[in-house]
Design a protein around this ligand. Sequence first.
Ligand SMILES: [Fe+2]
Length: 372
Amino acid sequence: MKHRFSAFEICPAVCAAGENYIICVPTPVPVLMSVFIAGEEFTNDFCGVKISSTHVQKFTVPQALLDRAKKYTVVYEIIYREAYSSKKEAPVRENFAFQPIEKTDDIRIYHLSDVHGRKDPAISAAQYFGSALDLLILNGDISSSSQTVEETLLPLKIAFYVTKGQKPCIITRGNHDLRGLLAERIDEFYPLDHGLFYYSVYLGPIRIMVLDCGEDKNDDHSEYAGTIAFHKYRQKETAFIQDTVALQGREKPRSDRYRFVLSHIPFMHTDYDPQRGVHEFDIEQDTYSYWVKLLNDNWKPDFGLFGHIHRIGMIRGEAKFNEKGFAAPIVFGGKPLDDDVFGCAIRLKDNRAEISFNGKDCTPVQKCYIMF
Ligand SMILES: [Fe+2]
């Protein structure tokens, strides 16, 4: 062997997407890795060939299996891959407890977005609920670009430092995550549901529709130099929303106690000023208006949860930032400010949401309530 790699700390994040958890484990060196749950082995392979040279090992496991087992084991072997007779180091193994959302009420969610690289303040702010946290949501723009491996790994790193691999997370992508050298390889670093960043997910009594607007300007904007093609992607996403609301929107009674929409970009916002005319951020008006109508008429979320505009607080009804008329209360839950970042603590209990906004010292700076 020409050189030897060192063992490293296993830092998994258990991300909910669709009906599965995607267990994501950053790996600084080439490894063969497996996850074991209730005696079943899950491998990271492409059509039978195990993947070793990747920045993140990802394992898709059924939620129901891990929810029952409440523990999993990660095993890796550092590998020096050759055409024949590859060499391996001794296996490293670590067990993790897992706490699914089994409660039917009193669910505690912490939401962060737009951290823009403020790792330590973000981890501190997300301690708001302490060990009582049930779900962590990282809702895009956690870094300011996907230019480097370190930046692109930051959501998974924060997820691990907050949850220790023991609580479920949801990690979405923001528009800044689509910029930089690694943006075209972002599927290596993020949890997806069957290759897509939009999906719906059940966690205990909650159903969440996770939507993905992609970039915030049109595909032909000069800033992108022709590197993006989101218009058709959003059209496919419209079909997903249509299908989802058709399946779940007319359930009587609803099979979930709480339901909300999650998206980095608040697509109900039209940044139009008659004095100024059309703005470069005013995109996909017909598509986004139709999304709002589908959700209002057929899915009826209890609230919407968004980032991107660097604000914290809640609005209802017709207001600035809701020009398209999203019918449910809208929560903005991510605000970077100097060396701090403000996130949003949501407690769902007794058919209401108690929402607090806090920075790194975990002291609420605002509170609001939604009655369902
Ligand atoms: Fe953003």
